[in-house]
Design a protein around this ligand. Structure first.
Ligand SMILES: NC(=O)c1ccc[n+]([C@@H]2O[C@H](COP(=O)([O-])OP(=O)(O)OC[C@H]3O[C@@H](n4cnc5c(N)ncnc54)[C@H](OP(=O)(O)O)[C@@H]3O)[C@@H](O)[C@H]2O)c1
Length: 338
């Protein structure tokens, strides 16, 4: 089979197209014929980071068709369409290859009608967004229609991949969703994702515009840039509100006015998708699948997430596109849709 591999870390030119034997699933594992591989910032960061195996295949997210199951696998059968999460987390084999073996729970049935493109776009962004939306004191700890009724959510950067998933999931769950963007192009995408109010944080009085949209304040901030936005977040949070921080865009330090925050019982909650509790992870996987089945999560420009495609042999360019901040979702075509 064809596989993109790297034996040393560095620029994207460490990635090369190799021929490798088709892997066999062990106990509790499934083998998936990969159709689409999804690229996230974590994939190029890992490729630049520390290599934990003699050779690695990049990319955590993907979608495809179950091809073989190992001993003890009962929940999945060959022929089932699935979406994949964390394929390369503490494992050498990601989704940039024609066949991937992974634990059964990391291959999730793809609801009827959901495309392989959508399946490969879920993993990291949707599971991260789910966690950010479910860490508030008093819940909800699950997302479903009505779960966020009466709540206000501020998504920083609603045209980003995680931001887009957060907007779509929060709307599905009934929240009033306000989002910030940096340009008119991104504002159009955030509106297409379903945001109720879109604020250009470069041009407007962002705090005033968010306050106008959510007069009682924001209950949950899904935050990509906690340093640059610390003052803005403090200005718009409701009492008992939470800032769910999943990245350090714009700087690794935050300055806050402690008294201002403790008098309002504000919480900062940091989120790393890989290491959330098992219960939180499985809840996220289930709820995201339910949202997909309901047609509430979509991809493409019409859903605020334009798709950019690369063939498998150009995975290095796909990594570069993500690192350069391409707006939308970068996908690698490993095989054609059937
Ligand atoms: N902790 C975790 O588990 C986890 C999970 C997933 C991703 N991440 C990290 O999260 C980051 C984003 O990932 P992604 O896939 O969503 O990337 P992406 O698609 O490139 O989106 C990043 C977004 O951040 C926005 N942004 C930058 N500065 C901002 C600011 N000051 N205020 C508001 N928005 C701002 C950008 O929008 P504008 O240009 O409009 O500002 C952009 O849309 C990456 O660093 C990634 O590694 C972490």
């Amino acid at each position: 089979m064809r596989a993109i591999v790297y034996e040393k870390t560095g620029d994207s030119d460490v990635l090369w197209l190799a021929e490798r034997p088709v892997p066999e699933p062990g106990p509790g594992e499934v083998r998936v014929r990969v159709v689409r591989s999804g690229v996230n910032p974590t994939d190029w960061k890992s490729r630049r980071g520390r290599l934990e195996f003699p050779e690695a295949v990049p990319n955590q997210d993907g979608s495809g068709v179950v091809d073989a199951v190992g001993p003890g696998v009962e929940g999945l059968r060959p022929g089932e369409r699935v979406w994949l999460w964390e394929a390369a987390w503490q494992r050498p084999g990601g989704t940039a290859q024609e066949y991937v073996v992974l634990p059964e729970r990391q291959a999730v049935p793809l609801p009827d009608g959901a495309s392989f493109d959508l399946g490969a776009s879920l993993g990291i962004p949707a599971l991260t967004a789910h966690r950010c939306l479910t860490v508030a004191d008093g819940g909800p700890d699950r997302l479903a229609p009505g779960a966020l009724d009466g709540r206000t959510v501020l998504v920083a950067g609603g045209a980003g991949a995680v931001g887009n998933a957060a907007v779509q999931l929060a709307r599905w769950a009934g929240a009033v969703v306000v989002t910030t963007v940096s340009s008119e192009e991104k504002a159009a995408l955030a509106r297409a994702a379903g945001a109720s109010h879109v604020v250009n944080y470069r041009e407007e009085d962002a705090a005033g515009a968010i306050r106008a949209a959510a007069p009682d304040g924001i209950d949950i901030v899904v935050e990509v840039a906690p340093g640059p936005n610390a003052e803005l977040d403090a200005a718009v949070l409701a009492p008992d509100g939470v800032v769910a921080v999943y990245a350090n865009t714009g700087g690794d330090e935050i300055t806050v006015r402690v008294r201002d925050l403790f008098t309002r019982n504000i919480r900062y909650q940091f989120v790393l998708v890989y290491t959330v509790t098992e219960a939180a992870k499985l809840a996220a996987v289930e709820d995201v699948s339910a949202a997909v089945a309901a047609g509430a999560i979509r991809v493409g420009a019409e859903a605020g997430l334009p798709l950019h495609r690369f063939p498998l042999e150009r995975t290095a360019e796909a990594h570069d596109a993500v690192e350069a901040g391409t707006v939308g979702k970068v996908l690698v075509d490993v095989a054609g849709d059937e």
